[in-house]
Design a protein around this ligand. Structure first.
Ligand code: FES
Length: 119
């Protein structure tokens, strides 16, 4: 059902945890399943210098959180806002059709954090 990459990021997620210090957090919930995701950013000079996540959700939600953090790490805020759900799904070598909505959480949380920071 899941690609090798999804299983790898689910079993051994990168950037998982709640950092002691961060500049902003983006929090989103999935109204369909009730899962919740937080993305924490440290930002210096418009660049993401540190990124972590906390996700209470399914395997796909955890894998998409992990890969989204990998993609966004080191990017500028403008570059982070350009990351799409498709980028995340492609980086995981696809997701089952009924799990595509899970990939929204990570990207939405990332974008929300960036927008919150810029407020
Ligand atoms: Fe809720 Fe995947 S089932 S995010």
């Amino acid at each position: 059902m899941y690609s090798e990459k999804v299983m790898k990021h689910f079993r051994n997620p990168k950037h998982m945890g709640t950092p002691k210090q961060y500049d902003v957090v983006g929090k989103v919930g999935n109204p369909v399943c009730g899962d919740v995701m937080h993305i924490y950013l440290k930002i210096r000079d418009e660049k993401i210098t540190d990124i972590d996540f906390k996700t209470m959700g399914c395997a796909a939600a955890i894998a998409t959180s992990s890969i989204t953090c990998e993609i966004a790490s080191g990017k500028t805020l403008d570059e982070a806002l350009k990351i799409t759900k498709k980028d995340v799904v492609d980086a995981l070598d696809g997701l089952p059709e009924n799990k595509i909505h899970c990939s929204n959480l990570a990207v939405d949380a990332l974008h929300k954090a960036v927008k919150e920071y810029r407020k």
